[in-house]
Structure formats: structure tokens, C-alpha cells
Design a protein around this ligand. Structure first.
Ligand SMILES: Nc1ncnc2c1ncn2[C@@H]1O[C@H](COP(=O)(O)OP(=O)(O)OP(=O)(O)O)[C@@H](O)[C@H]1O
Length: 221
């Protein structure tokens, strides 16, 4: 586990054009924390997660993730976006997860035995081995989400950012994913930031809660 704070925001403002999503926010999420990021539609959860990855630049203030700039931290982060874009209709889950391994490096990574084993392990963690060789376009939303999660896990990240990870899952899968994340947190001490709407099965994992409301942050330890 990194000894650095998961997230350190100092007077951060995030905006899309003239629309301010977060205003002068200051926040520290300690090492090893599991944070639920709550807020209604359009509150700014995705914008904040993208800022943690360096995909959105703050208009003001300073962001540190695992003690680094977001761009420098990015290759240590596993990210599950709200929905996966499909770059090619016949792309399989296994190909997607394989390409996510060492994805921060330039060029196409070599696919050796260790890479294949890491891909198999990530797919097994989310119980998606039987889906891995089908084109992603033929999978259901929930099945695709499990593949996306395997892609987020395959590079042994030091931090997981999951944008509404339970949204497309049925109740049984929600419980299974919650247990899997709990195991990852307990065994690998992996810090998590999970965006959710309302009450969620993930609530029981949380050490911290960040509520986004009208451009401001409310935290609870
Ligand atoms: N690329 C963009 N350009 C302009 N405005 C944007 C862009 N992305 C998001 N926004 C706006 O920023 C605000 C925050 O959006 P964001 O997606 O971060 O919210 P969210 O909390 O993740 O919402 P949801 O729960 O619906 O996914 C919204 O008003 C949205 O319309």
C-alpha cells in the first residue's frame, strides 16, 4: 500500500467551459482509504475522477494522487469508466484486457506468458473467463462492465477508481462484486474510490464518504 494520501485537493476548481462543477475544494483522503463519491446526476463525480487521472485539468488549485501529479499517478491507477467505448465491433474482452496491461507504455506491449497469466487472473477475479473470447459488442452491459473491471485490475494498480461499478449489475452480481472489492482491499490493501448515486451495497466498505453538492464537497470520515 502507498504511504501517500490517495487524494489531496488544495483549493481546486473544476469547470467545463463556464459550468463550474467544483469550486475551491480542499480535501485529503488518507492512505488505504475506501471512499464513496456520492452525488446526484451531474453533480461532478465523473469530472472529479477524470481530474484524478489528469484527463481534466483544474482551472485553479493543486491535485495530488498517491503523492504525485495526476498524470504521473495515472499508470498506477486502475480506472473503470461509466461505460466502455468499443473501438472495434469485433474486439474481444481478452484483447481489451490484454491491451490494458502495461497500457501506459508506448507501442503495443509484448504478449508473453506472464502477460497471458495476468490477463487470466484478472478475468478470473471478476468471473469473466467464459466471456473473454466473445466480441464485446455481443455482451450485455453487466458482462461488459466485468470485462472493464478486469482491464482496470490487470496491471496490479495501487489505486482503483470505479465510476458507478454496480450500475449495470443484477443484485447477485452486485453482492459478488462488493465481496470481491472487499477482498482486494483487505488482502492487497488496495485503496478504492467508488462513485455511487444513492444507497449502495458498497456502503459497508466505506471508510470515507465524499458528497458532491452544488459545486461543494461534504466529507464524512
Ligand atoms: N465534456 C463536457 N463538456 C461540458 N460539460 C460537461 C462535460 N462533461 C460533463 N459536463 C457537465 O458537468 C457536470 C458534471 O458532470 P459529471 O459527468 O461529472 O457528473 P456525474 O456526477 O458523474 O453525473 P452522473 O451521475 O449523471 O454520471 C454536468 O452538468 C455535465 O453536464
Amino acid at each position: 500500500m502507498s504511504a501517500e494520501a490517495v487524494l489531496d485537493l488544495e483549493h481546486v476548481t473544476l469547470a467545463h467551459g463556464t459550468r463550474r462543477v467544483l469550486e475551491d475544494a480542499t480535501l485529503v483522503l488518507p492512505p488505504g482509504s475506501v471512499t464513496l463519491l456520492r452525488g446526484c446526476n451531474g453533480a461532478g463525480k465523473t469530472t472529479l475522477l477524470r481530474a484524478m487521472l489528469g484527463l481534466t485539468t483544474p482551472n485553479a488549485g493543486r491535485i495530488r494522487v498517491l503523492g504525485r501529479t495526476p498524470r504521473a499517478a495515472r499508470r498506477r491507477i486502475g480506472y473503470l469508466p461509466q461505460s466502455l467505448t468499443l473501438p472495434a465491433p469485433r474486439l474481444t474482452g481478452r484483447a481489451l484486457v490484454t491491451s490494458a496491461r502495461h497500457g501506459a507504455r508506448f507501442g503495443v506491449p509484448g504478449v508473453g506468458g506472464r502477460c497471458r497469466a495476468a490477463v487470466r487472473e484478472a478475468l478470473a477475479l471478476v468471473e469473466a473467463e467464459n466471456l473473454a473470447d466473445q466480441p464485446l459488442a455481443t455482451l450485455s452491459g453487466g458482462e461488459r462492465q466485468r470485462i472493464g473491471l478486469a482491464a482496470a485490475l490487470v496491471d496490479a494498480p495501487d489505486l482503483l477508481l470505479l465510476d458507478e461499478p454496480l450500475a449495470a449489475l443484477d443484485v447477485q452480481r452486485q453482492a459478488a462484486l462488493t465481496e470481491m472489492l472487499e477482498r482486494l482491499h483487505q488482502t492487497r490493501h488496495l485503496p478504492l474510490v467508488l462513485s455511487v448515486h444513492g444507497a449502495s451495497p458498497l456502503d459497508r466498505l466505506a471508510t470515507h464518504e465524499v458528497v458532491l453538492e452544488d459545486g461543494h464537497i461534504v466529507t464524512r470520515g
